[in-house]
Design a protein around this ligand. Structure first.
Ligand code: 7TS
Length: 416
């Protein structure tokens, strides 16, 4: 397909709508992306042509539905460089995937005195599940500290390991500051210290090429809804032997091998972790999202996002009333720009942007401890994806001027 922004934008029906009388400028893809026509069509095509439950049918529709789900599993494995489809567990979101590991692996493997290491950057989804399992098992939860600009060094991580560290779970890219972490080095460091790794790749897989085999990562979690796919679906990749040694946290139909009145045996992964009727339609449609991203190319997508990020930083950084949070060097960033304007509340900032049709997210971005550490209540955040254009960034600049005009930022208060 090549990178043709006009053609890409034409594939996203929602970009044709207006908001508050202005063309929609969607800068909130870190929360959830928009979907191209191809994914929306795949979803309705499933319901129109193939809808049936899977696992327990011999009829044609059941076989077709199952084949679509398994095709998406195989595509997902290929997309992230996983060795085989059986290493891909479908869950309901990144949060569910992380909870599955925290509970399914943690309950069996953590004991009093053991340590789980995470970082100060984590989204609540990669923090609270570890708080709970360490509390439950008597293990200790420790944090790798960040630098002042929100970067995380391998050196800081090295100091945080101890012989008791059993798991290092960290985000590949911060959703609130945009920091990109040295993922491969951190994984190698954990392994050298005898710990397993879980990478929260919710903000990585949609934007950058992922190769779990090259990384050697043990578990990886992400959400299709942030990468053009449907909501209500999550992915957990795990090394097969680790998944195979893990207990399910949900049990019932679809995950068993044999059930007796007094005992049961479980199916091998991935089905052991997919109890009950799964999200069949959304899983089937997810394949179309992967096809779309592959056709455009992850390298081209990343290059485009960084061009937009660079432009946004050029607008924000020289402004004396704006504080940009996160890494100073663009090489340490992904397509997320968090900022504050003067002493304005981020919610007020977001509302003025919205009145201009510009959708930005405001608040703590599910990173309350990080905001507390930075001494702020929250930020306004613009996040970019493949369908955003340089015109969107110019609309963002006009929004910024509107905010300053509305709240009279920089206008001296008259004293009568
Ligand atoms: N981890 C990271 C790094 C995230 O950015 C998010 C969602 C999650 C985990 C949780 O994903 P979920 O699909 O289970 O909800 N991040 C955001 C965000 O930045 N704004 O809204 C959701």
């Amino acid at each position: 397909m090549g990178f043709d922004i006009k053609k890409i934008r034409a594939d996203f029906p929602i970009l044709k709508r207006t908001v508050r009388g202005k063309p929609l400028v969607y800068l909130d893809s870190a929360a959830t992306s928009q979907r191209p026509r191809q994914v929306i069509d795949a979803l309705s095509s499933f319901y129109e042509n193939h809808n049936a439950n899977i696992h327990r049918g011999v009829h044609a529709l059941a076989e077709e539905a199952e084949a679509l789900v398994e095709e998406s599993r195989a595509k997902t494995a290929r997309f992230i460089g996983a060795p085989k489809p059986e290493t891909i567990v479908f869950t309901s979101n990144t949060t569910h995937s992380i909870n599955l590991v925290a509970q399914g692996w943690g309950r069996k493997n953590l004991k009093p005195g053991d340590e789980v290491l995470i970082t100060e950057l984590e989204h609540h989804s990669n923090l609270v599940p570890w708080q709970r399992i360490t509390e439950e098992t008597g293990a200790l939860l420790r944090y790798v500290p960040i630098e002042e600009d929100g970067t995380l060094t391998v050196e800081a991580a090295r100091k945080a390991f101890s012989p008791k560290t059993k798991m290092f779970a960290f985000t590949a890219m911060s959703n609130s500051l945009g920091t990109v972490l040295p993922v491969k080095e951190l994984i190698d460091l954990a392994h050298a210290n005898g710990a397993l790794t879980l990478v929260d790749a919710a903000q990585w897989v949609p934007h950058l090429k992922t190769d779990v085999a090259a990384w050697g990562v043990d578990f990886l979690a992400f959400s299709p809804h942030k990468m053009l796919g449907p909501t209500g679906l999550g992915v957990l990749y795990g090394k097969f032997d680790l998944l195979d040694a893990m207990d399910p946290i949900m049990s019932g139909g679809g995950m068993i091998q044999e059930v007796h009145y007094d005992r049961s045996t479980y199916a091998p992964p991935p089905h052991r972790f997919e109890a009950g009727t799964p999200n069949i339609a959304d899983t089937a449609a997810f394949g179309a999202a992967i096809d779309y991203l592959e056709a455009v190319g992850m390298d081209a997508i990343h290059a485009h996002e960084m061009e937009l990020t660079q432009r946004a930083l050029e607008i924000l950084e020289p402004d004396e009333f704006v504080t940009v949070l996160g890494p100073q060097k663009i090489e340490d960033r992904g397509g997320v720009v968090s900022f504050n304007i003067d002493d304005l509340h981020p919610h007020d900032v977001g509302q003025v942007f919205d009145s201009e049709g510009v959708a930005v997210r405001v608040g703590h971005h599910c990173c309350q401890p990080l905001m507390r550490k930075l001494g702020i209540g929250g930020t306004a955040r613009a996040s970019f994806y493949l369908y955003n254009s340089l015109e969107d960034v110019e609309a963002f600049a006009r929004g910024l001027s509107k905010v300053k005009e509305f709240f009279k930022v920089g206008v001296p208060v008259k004293v009568s």
